[in-house]
Design a protein around this ligand. Structure first.
Ligand code: SF4
Length: 165
């Protein structure tokens, strides 16, 4: 059975930097849960970061690919370099996705790990810019399709297509 990797914070686990969750209630998720398809995972916790933890952003002007290729960092507001933890979390997520037969992922939009379309701009001023998180980039680089929590209908369509193939 093809499975769906999902950001833990979207299914109610209190793993976000501020100690909270971002629970999404949706029929698509309920169906996947009932079918045993959901694989909840938090890349940042998997990478060794605590809950709660300081916020972190990809440094200004850089992309997730830059971070994965060692050309840019992920920093906290006081300048602590947490790049290694984020990259370790991304690698751990990819390994889990492969081991569990994941075909698509639904990851929390805006996160420096999980964002799929936008991230924060690295200034900690609350400004979002087009981009993706490092886990999202790594999964996409290895053929796993990533959708945000706002794209559940598309994620369901893709999973149904995989099932019919
Ligand atoms: S790393 Fe991803 S799963 Fe973990 S709290 Fe952040 S958005 Fe949620």
């Amino acid at each position: 059975m093809r499975r769906v990797l999902i950001s833990s914070c979207l299914v109610g686990r209190r793993v976000r930097y501020d100690g909270g969750a971002k629970t999404v209630v949706d029929d698509v998720l309920e169906r996947w849960r009932a079918e045993g398809r959901l694989v909840p995972y938090c890349p940042e916790v998997a990478g060794g970061l605590p809950v709660p933890r300081p916020p972190a952003e990809i440094e200004p002007g850089a992309t997730a690919a830059d971070v994965l290729e060692g050309r840019a960092r992920i920093l906290t507001p006081d300048g602590r370099d947490v790049t290694e933890d984020f990259v370790a979390g991304a690698r751990s997520t990819l390994a889990t996705a492969r081991a569990r037969g994941v075909a698509v992922a639904v990851l929390k939009e805006g996160s420096p790990s999980c964002g799929g379309n936008v991230v924060y701009d690295g200034t900690f001023g609350g400004h979002r810019v087009p981009g993706e998180g490092v886990t999202t980039r790594l999964l996409r680089d290895h053929g796993i399709e990533v959708f945000s929590e706002d794209e559940l209908a598309r994620a369901r369509e893709r999973l149904d297509e995989f099932d019919r193939a």
